[in-house]
Design a protein around this ligand. Structure first.
Ligand code: ZN
Length: 423
């Protein structure tokens, strides 16, 4: 008899995501590993049973202080994995909306010293406590919407020491929120104003002054770079990524968002874990990504937040055999905290099917940030991270815009905790 401290019964549709390869490509992206009339049992934070209700009744015994809860005929999915966020920043840019509505682009606003540079000024001026409090509030809201694993990029200090300082906050943020956070070094988010027209010097500074500390203190899992004209060239991006690879970091790249920058091709050449955005990528780029097995991380709400006419090329990527993941791109430019809203836009903007969207937000997203052994699937032995939705099938989650879960569990404990997390 298996003992459990939590049993959730009466699950009409359980999308385990536990069958099939990781990452999933093509038709395999529609395989949800689903069970109907299911139950799950958890003990000490990990699943100890996943299967039919009838078997659960026979095989699992609740501990005396355990909790049994009925999902009421709802659906259960793995806790969402958000593989692309800029969640660590100070301030906001709501005042820019009027400029954006009048037609100013992200690049134009940044070119006037606003946009990203405004956030850099606010972030440099903020104390560690201020940064932690702001990011914690965002992450708790994200967790309440079903995100239990989240990537967090640096990128709003734009000095070697400042970027190291930001990355140094992520472990504390994970402790405070209880969420699984994966830090990414994005010192090359933009060329800081102090280095205008000297992007190569700035890349040198990151390589010499930031990377060794980040590697020694294990402050990041990945290195990312913003590869676009006016930001970093393909050659500069390659130089930084190769240096990051040499000190043991995984590689990511902001690629082909505004123009076809060559970022996707570089990602394929270097074997990056992911290439992100990809709004302007070509059929040839998709072929290269598919061949190299680079995951395309699509951020379907970012073009909307930028008033861009393009949509994320979800359908084209899946059809080309590229593993696809989706994320929020939470930043002051596209302040998206809701993975359920991302799921809806993955369907209605990027033309993934609901099943593909669910795969993109769980098992493939976990692969995109290197945590597929721990996140993105409901299976015995794995951390009990899951969300319960009051709909009879998991495919209804992307169908209904921004549907909120009725319950979220992180390591078998309800999230957010009833008591505020100690600070
Ligand atoms: Zn981004």
């Amino acid at each position: 008899m298996t003992r459990a401290d939590l049993i959730v019964t009466d699950i009409a549709d359980l999308a385990t995501m536990a069958s099939g390869p990781v990452p999933r490509v093509g038709a395999a992206m529609r395989e949800l590993g689903r069970l109907s009339r299911a139950a799950v049992a958890v003990d000490q934070g990990r699943f100890v049973f996943v299967g039919s209700e009838a078997r659960c009744r026979k095989e699992v015994r609740l501990r005396t202080d355990g909790v049994r809860w009925s999902a009421g005929g709802g659906s259960v999915v793995p806790g969402f994995v958000d593989p692309h966020t800029h969640a660590l920043f100070a301030g906001d840019r709501s005042a820019e909306l009027d400029l954006k509505i009048a037609g100013a682009s992200y690049v134009e606003i940044a070119g006037r010293g606003g946009g990203l540079f405004q956030t850099v000024r606010a972030t440099r001026g903020a104390s560690a406590v201020e940064l932690l409090r702001a990011a914690e509030a965002r992450l708790v809201r994200m967790g309440a919407l079903g995100t239990t694993t989240c990537e967090v990029k640096s990128g709003y200090a734009l000095t070697p020491a400042g970027e190291v300082r930001l990355l140094g906050l992520v472990k504390g943020l994970a402790r405070r929120t209880g969420l699984r956070l994966v830090p990414t070094f994005l010192g090359a988010h933009a060329v800081p104003l102090e280095f205008t027209d000297r992007a190569d010097d700035y890349i040198d500074a990151l390589i010499r002054q930031a990377l060794p500390t980040i590697a020694r203190r294990r402050l990041a899992e990945f290195c990312d770079v913003f590869c676009e004209p006016g930001f970093f060239s393909v050659a500069q991006s390659e130089r930084l990524l190769r240096a990051a690879q040499a000190v043991g970091l995984g590689l990511k790249i902001h690629a082909d968002e505004f123009v076809r920058s060559g970022g996707a091709a570089l990602a394929a050449r270097l074997g990056c874990r992911s290439a992100d955005h990809l709004l302007e990528s070509s059929p040839n780029d998709r072929e290269l990504l598919a061949k190299a097995g680079v995951t395309a991380v699509l951020l379907p709400l970012t073009p909307l937040a930028s008033f861009a006419s393009r949509s994320s090329p979800g359908r084209a990527m899946v059809d080309a055999g590229v593993p696809v993941a989706v994320g929020t791109d939470l930043s002051p430019n596209s302040w998206v905290e809701s993975m359920p809203l991302v799921l809806a836009h993955s369907v209605y903007s990027a033309r993934l099917t609901p099943a593909e969207a669910l795969t993109a937000a769980t098992v493939n997203a976990a692969h995109a940030i290197g945590v597929s052994a721990e996140a993105g699937q409901v299976a015995v032995g794995r951390p009990a991270d899951f969300a319960v939705f009051d709909v009879p099938s998991a495919e209804r989650i992307p169908y209904q815009f921004g549907l909120a879960p009725v319950r979220v569990y992180r390591r078998g404990i309800r999230f957010p905790p009833a008591e505020p997390v100690a600070t």
